[in-house]
Ligand binder design. Structure first.
Ligand SMILES: *[C@@H]1O[C@H](CO)[C@@H](O)[C@H](O)[C@H]1NC(C)=O
Ligand SMILES: *[C@@H]1O[C@H](CO)[C@@H](O)[C@H](O)[C@H]1NC(C)=O
Ligand SMILES: *[C@@H]1O[C@H](CO)[C@@H](O)[C@H](O)[C@H]1NC(C)=O
Ligand SMILES: [Zn+2]
Length: 276
């Protein structure tokens, strides 16, 4: 149920990490220097190679509770969203919206409660396409709300983002968060968002089922023990907002990992290749 993202640019390559702005990677460190390698989403920087970039990333290739996953309905714990406490502060004058590299992120405050612990929002950020799948299906985008409480593992809320057709209700807080995305095309660019009121998102959770499982950061170092809450019903944005988001974020989605508790797919590939 939690995650984050961020990025940094060294010389030429920018990457996105899900935990920028949290206690795992305080602000203003990541954009200058990445401790865990110049990870990205292509070629030898891709998710198949993250473990080779730093000894800190070993779990990316060995961990058995990695994210994202394909949430097979019926096989994951599911709860009624009405039981969730999820409150984001409203920003009538907008909030800071930053391009962290391959990821765009809003800094807002808020709180959530899970398993008796209260967490504070660090940031939320966007992926295109979605990292998680629900019942095999992927979505055009996914937004990760990353909460933390001191040094405990983050608790994350994930929403799938779908493109609205006629009759679908645009989710205003998500749509308005992205409205100025074309103004932050490059790493380090920032702008103040349009006014944000999160009422419609809080109501959205209350009316949806929420899947939960224990997973990992979807970016290096892939630390496990992250509590995921994946909201079953998608939120809608319009076509133009989606296209603009894709133009800036481009591609920042880790491949689907094995089911929680099962062998890491990379470790398995190694075992099979060693036998051949
Ligand atoms: C591994 O993580 C530690 C603690 O965050 C950091 O100080 C160190 O630089 C990292 N090592 C590498 C090789 O990235
Ligand atoms: C979040 O709350 C902290 C503590 O009250 C405050 O210092 C910070 O400016 C707030 N950040 C945002 C984005 O509202
Ligand atoms: C951390 O959790 C404890 C126990 O639930 C709570 O009392 C405290 O307010 C939380 N801190 C934050 C920053 O949410
Ligand atoms: Zn993320």
């Amino acid at each position: 149920m939690k995650v984050f993202s961020v990025l940094a640019s060294s010389v030429s390559l920018a990457s996105a990490m899900c935990h920028y702005g949290t206690n795992l990677m305080p602000r203003d460190v990541g954009l200058e220097r990445r401790a865990d390698g110049d990870f990205g989403y292509d070629e030898l920087h891709s998710a198949l190679e993250w473990h080779s970039m730093s000894p800190n990333n070993t779990i990316c290739a060995m961990g058995k509770n990695q994210s994202p996953v394909n949430i097979k309905t019926g096989k994951y714990d599911v709860a009624d969203g009405a039981s969730y406490k999820f409150d984001i502060v409203n920003y009538p004058h907008g909030a800071e919206f930053l391009n962290t590299g391959h990821n765009v992120q809003v800094f807002a405050n808020g709180s959530a409660e899970f398993d008796g612990t209260k967490y504070s929002l660090a940031q939320y950020h966007f992926h295109t396409p979605s990292e998680h799948r629900i019942g095999d299906e992927y979505y055009p985008s996914e937004v990760h709300f990353v909460f933390q409480n001191g040094s405990t593992r983050p608790c994350c809320y994930w929403f799938m983002i779908e493109i609205a057709g006629s009759g679908d209700h645009i989710n205003q807080p998500i749509s308005k968060s992205l409205a100025k995305v074309l103004q932050i095309p490059s790493v380090g660019d920032k702008v103040t968002t349009a006014a944000l009121n999160f009422g419609a998102l809080e109501q959205h959770i209350r009316k949806s089922d929420v899947y939960h499982y224990s997973g990992s950061l979807t970016t290096p170092p892939c630390d496990e023990g992250v509590k995921f809450n994946v909201v079953a019903n998608p939120v809608y944005i319009d076509v133009k907002t989606f296209r603009n988001t894709k133009k800036v974020v481009k591609f920042n989605s880790r491949y689907t990992q094995n089911a929680p508790g099962e062998v890491n797919l990379l470790d398995y590939a190694r075992i099979v290749l060693d036998k051949s």
